[in-house]
Ligand binder design. Structure first.
Ligand SMILES: Nc1nc2c(ncn2[C@@H]2O[C@H](COP(=O)(O)OP(=O)(O)O)[C@@H](O)[C@H]2O)c(=O)[nH]1
Ligand SMILES: [Mg+2]
Length: 307
């Protein structure tokens, strides 16, 4: 199910971000901690070029804490390709944040920004910072947390923020909130299903049953104990479809004749996941590092007769 969701307002938002980028010192890219790689926007990477970036793994209260730690290590150790202008890509720092621990965002984030700002604008000048990312990851919530009051509108659906909003922190640092942007075509099918399952793409643009089936399949494999507990099952259903049927039976999705309404069942599973009702879940793990060549093996190969 390749997803194409690139409405007109997103072209406008991309232009807005591209235009403001040159005057920024640090970029905060908010990712979804439950799918850090899938929620990383290639357009942001392309636009920021060599500027330092803080990858904020947002909503980390909903994500599997062990996997979140692995992702932070991964982002900080990842070798980034040069953006093509001969300059080394800027420093990447990753940090997990959540609204359940607002103090952490308020203390750590401004400090990190100050440390990373590469181009101080002269003595006494404070950094300019820009918050970007895909829709519905918590960008506006983050700016409200940093300001300690509601300056930006938030909501659990994509495209709540329509324009750019610049605020000044007590320290004098300016931070802008921006509309979420996607990229024109999400080629990776699993990534598009993760994004749909997590709520980055509006429900009107996805097929609920396909997304619910994908989610059921992933959860059965990766978090069977949470599935058993949430739906009070005695044993694990053998297939994703069997799981959806069990969920349907328990959530008012049983139609006349005992037929399960799959749309309702998928809806229940999708919303349970989005609200964290199943427990702390992450939908993807960082790729394993490439195995290093074994020096002994190379030695053996050298000893092979060459004729
Ligand atoms: N559980 C949880 N929900 C969050 C967190 N941050 C944001 N949200 C929720 O995610 C939804 C989207 O937030 P919003 O700030 O509007 O996202 P934006 O589109 O990136 O600006 C809202 O319903 C927020 O309440 C978090 O750290 N934990
Ligand atoms: Mg917003």
């Amino acid at each position: 199910m390749p997803i194409q969701w690139y409405p007109g307002h997103m072209t406008k938002a991309r232009r807005l971000i591209a235009d403001s980028m040159p005057s920024q010192d640090v970029i905060i890219e908010v990712l979804d901690a439950r799918m850090p790689r899938s929620s990383e926007n290639p357009v942001v990477t392309e636009l920021r070029r060599h500027k330092p970036v803080i990858k904020v793994l947002g909503k980390s209260d909903l994500a599997d804490p062990v996997v979140t730690k692995a992702w932070i290590r991964f982002f900080e150790e990842e070798v980034h390709p040069s953006p093509g202008d001969g300059l080394a890509p800027g420093k990447v720092v990753a940090i997990a944040l959540t609204t359940t621990r607002p103090g952490e965002a308020k203390t750590k984030l401004p400090e990190l920004c100050k440390k990373l700002a590469l181009h101080p604008r002269g003595p006494g000048k404070t950094p300019r910072v820009m918050i970007v990312g895909i829709p519905n990851v918590g960008k506006s919530t983050l700016i409200n947390t940093l300001m300690d009051r509601k300056v930006a509108k938030t909501g659990d659906e994509p495209a709540v923020t329509k324009g750019q909003q610049i605020v000044t922190l007590k320290s004098g640092m300016t931070i802008s909130d921006n509309p979420g942007i996607m990229w024109p075509k999400i080629e990776d099918e699993d990534a598009s299903l993760r994004l749909a399952f997590g709520g980055a793409i509006p429900d009107s643009a996805i097929d609920y049953e396909t997304v619910g089936f994908w989610g059921a399949s992933y959860l059965l494999e990766a978090y069977p104990a949470l599935v058993l507990a949430r739906y009070k099952l005695k044993s694990l259903p053998a297939t994703p479809m069997a799981l959806l049927e069990e969920i349907g039976k328990r959530r008012g999705g049983l139609r006349a004749g005992g037929v399960v309404d799959l749309h309702k069942a998928a809806d229940a599973l999708i919303h349970d996941f989005r609200q964290g009702a199943l427990g702390r879940i992450t939908l993807e793990s960082p790729p394993k590092p490439e195995p290093k060549p074994d020096p002994d093996l190379e030695l053996d190969l050298d000893l092979e007769p060459t004729d």
